[in-house]
Design a protein around this ligand. Structure first.
Ligand SMILES: Nc1nc2c(c(=O)[nH]1)N[C@H]1C(S)=C(S)[C@@H](COP(=O)(O)O)O[C@H]1N2
Ligand SMILES: [Mo]
Length: 263
C-alpha cells in the first residue's frame, strides 16, 4: 500500500510536469495503470488529469481480458438494448447492404478520416473469444472479429489535448415525453488503444448481424455490456464530455450507471 501511495504521488507530480517528467520517473512503476480495476487508476480517472501523451505511454502493458476456446461458446450472443434501429440514416444504410457505410474519426485529430466497411475488413484483423457481461445479470461467450482501433487513431493523429474517445451510434433510446436520445458511449485512450479493443464486424464466424450492432460495433473487452457500442458511426476525440447528452460520457452513464463500467 505504501508503494502505491508513493507511486500515486509521483505520478501526479509527473503528470503535472508533463510527459517528460513521466519519462524521467520511469514507466514500470505505473504498471498498475494497465489494470482496469486498480484503485489507483480509479483515483486518477476521477481526477481526470490524464493527457494524451501520458495515457499513450501507459497503453503499452495492459492486462488482457480472459479469452476462451471455441468449444466454450455455448449460446448465441443474446441481442439486448436496440436490436433493429429505425433512424432514417440507419435504415437507408441497411437497405443498401451497408455499401455506403463510413466509420469516421473526428474531433481532436490532425486529419479527420473515414473508412468503408471493405477498407476496415481489409485491414489486419483479429478474433477473440470473450465473455460479455450485462448489468442485467446475464453473460454470453462469443467470438468477435474486427480490426484494432488503436492503429486507426494513430493514422488520424490524435492531438495532445485529447483525453477520451466518444463513440457515436445510429440508434436512439427512449421516445417518451423526454424525447429520444442517441446512444453513445466513451472510453479513455488507454482502453481505446488496448490490444483487444476492436471495431468488430464479425460475430461467431459470421457477418455481424443487425441485432448485435451491424455493420460495426466496438468491443472494449474489460468493460461491461453497455460500454460495447453497437451501430457505431463516429469515433470523436475530445477533452471533455460536456456537450454530449447529459455530459456523463454515455447514454447509460447519463442515466445513472458508472462511467467506467469495468469488469
Ligand atoms: N448502440 C447501442 N449499443 C449498445 C446498446 C444499445 O442499446 N445501443 N446496448 C448495450 C447493452 S446494455 C448491452 S448488454 C450490449 C448488448 O450487445 P448485444 O446485443 O450484441 O448482446 O450492447 C450495448 N451496446
Ligand atoms: Mo447490458
Amino acid at each position: 500500500m505504501s508503494r502505491l501511495i508513493v507511486s500515486r504521488r509521483k505520478f501526479l507530480t509527473a503528470s503535472a510536469a508533463g510527459a517528460s517528467g513521466l519519462i524521467l520517473a520511469g514507466c514500470d512503476q505505473f504498471d498498475f495503470l494497465g489494470q482496469r480495476d486498480h484503485p489507483a487508476r480509479d483515483f486518477l480517472e476521477r481526477a481526470n488529469t490524464l493527457t494524451y501523451q501520458v495515457q499513450r505511454l501507459m497503453a503499452g502493458e495492459q492486462a488482457l481480458a480472459r479469452t476462451y476456446a471455441e468449444s466454450e461458446i455455448r449460446q448465441p450472443q443474446r441481442p439486448n438494448g436496440s436490436v433493429d434501429p429505425t433512424t432514417p440514416d440507419y435504415v437507408a444504410l441497411r437497405d443498401g447492404g451497408f455499401a455506403d457505410y463510413r466509420l469516421r474519426i473526428t474531433g481532436l485529430v490532425e486529419r479527420e478520416l473515414s473508412f468503408s466497411l471493405d477498407e476496415l475488413r481489409n485491414m489486419p484483423g483479429q478474433s477473440q473469444i470473450t465473455r460479455h457481461d450485462c448489468v442485467e445479470g446475464w453473460s454470453c461467450i462469443a467470438k468477435w472479429s474486427g480490426t484494432r482501433l488503436g492503429p486507426l487513431l494513430d493514422q488520424a493523429g490524435v492531438k495532445p489535448a485529447a483525453r477520451f474517445c466518444v463513440y457515436h451510434c445510429y440508434d436512439v433510446m427512449g421516445g417518451g415525453l423526454a424525447g429520444t436520445e442517441p446512444y453513445y458511449e466513451s472510453s479513455d485512450l488507454i482502453d481505446a488503444y488496448h490490444p483487444q479493443t476492436i471495431l468488430a464486424y464479425g460475430l461467431n464466424n459470421e457477418v455481424l448481424p443487425v441485432s448485435n450492432g451491424a455493420p460495426v460495433r466496438l468491443r472494449i473487452e474489460r468493460a461491461l455490456g453497455y460500454k460495447q457500442p453497437k451501430y457505431l458511426h463516429t469515433v470523436e476525440l475530445v477533452d471533455s464530455f460536456a456537450g454530449f447528452g447529459q455530459g456523463q460520457g454515455g447514454y447509460w452513464p447519463d442515466h445513472g450507471y458508472d462511467w467506467y463500467g469495468g469488469i
